[in-house]
Design a protein around this ligand. Structure first.
Ligand code: HEM
Length: 81
């Protein structure tokens, strides 16, 4: 089937640099956003969430509460927690 790999939070935490890849989590999904970082409309701020959960940051920047942003995110899904 097409089930995605399961990653631990510890594994996600290791992906916090361009060299190792930038991963984030959102609602149980794991996303490799390395290629999105350079085109993020909010610039380098996105790096604050590297290796972490997006939720606390998106709670502060409510601009992300839009359906099309979840569509962008879904393109980068690589696994589940
Ligand atoms: C704006 C996507 C993570 C901070 C935006 C916009 C998109 C976007 C599409 C433009 C929204 C609009 O103008 O309608 C994403 C995606 C993320 C992500 C897909 C994760 C993969 C973050 C994080 C932060 C952040 C973690 C902060 C720590 C901002 C800010 C803006 C913004 C401040 C507003 C820029 C401006 O209009 O001046 N983001 N974002 N973003 N983002 Fe993100």
């Amino acid at each position: 089937t097409n089930s995605l790999p399961v990653y631990s939070r510890e594994e996600v935490t290791k992906h916090c640099s361009i060299e190792k890849g930038i991963w984030v989590t959102y609602k149980g999904g794991v996303y490799d956003i390395t290629d999105f970082v350079a085109i993020h409309p909010g610039g380098d701020k996105i790096l604050l969430a590297a290796g972490k959960s997006l939720e606390p940051f998106w709670a502060l920047y409510a601009v992300h509460e839009q359906e099309h942003i979840l569509e962008i995110l879904s393109e980068y899904k690589v696994g589940v927690l």
